[in-house]
Write a protein that binds this ligand. Structure first.
Ligand code: 0X9
Ligand code: ZN
Length: 456
């Protein structure tokens, strides 16, 4: 497995900026303005020696904001001045890699009435624009699409604004298609974006994927064949409350990763919320998870505690039959259908279960082969289990999908760690110039594998 090489660091944060206290002002978005996100100023990227294994896991267990990037034996940690001392206290020897100065505040001009054209940070669609987009596509293409409300965000469950959790099913609709039942006529490919809110590339990829499919049906033969044979499910924004916090920064998006549930800690320093990629019941509480509510990898008070987690799980359980016996080694049946992709950013990686450990799943061979092909289609990304190329992390949704249902499950970490289109917040033009040309072939391939991921 190749190690991720990391080049000099003007990178990471091409465009990543933080301010002392950025207060949520998001005209035109549902509900009250989000709570302030405390971000220390300035913010540093620390280089820390943490080889794969014990030291890397210790770094995560202590709740440091570990960037998903590795340079040989080194990992990178985001934090304020005090983080240096905390790292030293934990036995690490941090070296400042780069400093991110606070930006000038520049509030976004958002329209009062949200529509599909409402954007922030140079073109990224707001959560309301994503919602309007689903409605627009559904009304323009009723024979190809069904929009499903699969639950409520945490804020909505509290009656504090918030959002519906929504998916769109896209296929050439025949009787019985796009229904929430496990014996669907067609195999299902499922892809989601922005489970981690600050990974803004991923929502944009979902938007483009939806448009590519509906516009291509009847004109593009690959798309036509795909939609004649397969249901494509897209959740563009899996963590809408988090996205509302991110977009409230306007031209300086906030780096909110987690959901907006602040009932476990209001976090005057650090970030509120639960990491939705640590909250599931698949090895909940294992490696790479934190018990500190203000840490980036806070797993939440209990397995599946979050409304976003529960809603996703009940959606997946309604779409896919359980094809895997319990335990960590049982393979899913060879005739299992379905592929699920959780899009994240960044580091140009294709990951597959297990993420909680580097033990092989019972379907390691086909999962690894598919990951290899996806990585090739992206132009030479690195692929492997998370613990082989990055770090172990338990309780993730990708592990849960495979663990609970046996469905082939992947994480794509979209975008490189250095260069002009790198990091969490690439310039919007990067989406068409750099990311979409890589992601589209992966999407088409992954969707095509939904019929029989484990056979052959
Ligand atoms: O740590 C994560 O949740 C993912 N990386 S990110 O930087 N986007 O946060 C990787 C998750 C990989 N999958 C599992 N560990 N199961
Ligand atoms: Zn992520």
């Amino acid at each position: 497995m190749s190690t991720i090489r990391r080049k000099p660091l003007a990178m990471l944060v091409a465009g990543v900026t933080t301010a002392a206290f950025l207060f949520g002002t998001s005209p035109g978005t549902a509900g009250p303005a989000p709570a302030p996100v405390a971000q220390e100023s300035p913010t540093y990227v620390y280089r820390v020696n943490a080889p794969l294994g014990e030291k890397a896991q210790k770094l995560l267990a202590r709740g440091f904001d570990v960037l998903e990037e590795r340079d040989g034996d080194d990992l990178f940690v985001l934090g304020g001045r005090a983080t240096s001392q905390k790292l030293a206290d934990a036995g690490f020897a941090p070296v400042v890699e780069s400093v991110m100065e606070p930006p000038q505040w520049d509030a976004p001009a958002l329209s009062a009435a949200a529509d599909v054209n409402e954007t922030y940070y140079g073109g990224y669609r707001t959560i309301n624009a994503h919602q309007a987009h689903l409605d627009q596509v559904a009304s323009q293409y009723p024979g190809l699409t069904t929009v499903v409300d699969y639950g409520d965000s945490w804020k909505k469950t509290q009656g504090a604004g918030g959002h519906d959790l929504r998916a769109i099913c896209i296929t050439k609709k025949n009787a019985g298609d796009c229904e929430r039942r496990t014996n669907a006529p067609k195999p299902r490919f499922f892809v989601m974006g922005q489970l981690h809110a600050r990974e803004i590339t991923t929502g944009d990829m979902a938007w483009r994927w939806i448009d590519h499919l509906v516009a291509g049906y009847g004109t593009n033969s690959q798309v036509t064949n795909l939609l004649n044979s397969t249901e494509v499910w897209v959740v563009p924004i899996a963590n809408p409350d988090g996205v509302q916090i991110v977009q409230s920064g306007g031209s300086s998006p906030k780096l909110q990763r987690k959901n907006a549930n602040n009932t476990n800690g209001n976090c005057t320093s650090g970030q509120i919320g639960i990491d939705l990629n640590r909250n599931t019941s698949s090895h909940f509480g294992g490696s790479g998870t934190s018990t500190n509510p203000c840490n980036e990898t806070y797993r939440g008070p209990a397995a599946n505690s979050e409304s976003e987690t529960k809603a996703l799980q009940s959606l997946w359980r309604s779409l896919y039959p359980d094809k895997r016996a319990t335990g960590d080694t049982a393979p899913a049946a060879n005739d299992t259908r379905g592929v699920v992709v959780s899009m994240h950013s960044y580091s140009n990686l294709v990951l597959f279960p297990w993420g909680w450990s580097t033990a092989d799943t019972g379907n390691d061979r086909p999962l690894r082969a598919m990951a290899k092909e996806m990585a090739r289609l992206a132009g030479g990304w690195t692929y492997g289990q998370p613990g082989e190329v990055l770090y172990n992390a338990a309780g993730a949704t990708d592990d849960w999908v495979y663990d609970d249902l046996g469905v082939a499950s992947f994480v794509w970490e979209i975008g490189s760690g250095s260069g002009s289109c790198s990091g969490f917040l690439p310039a919007y033009s990067c989406q068409s110039s750099t990311h979409w040309p890589k992601v589209l072939p992966m999407l088409m391939y992954a969707a095509g594998k939904a019929a029989a991921p484990y056979s052959g």
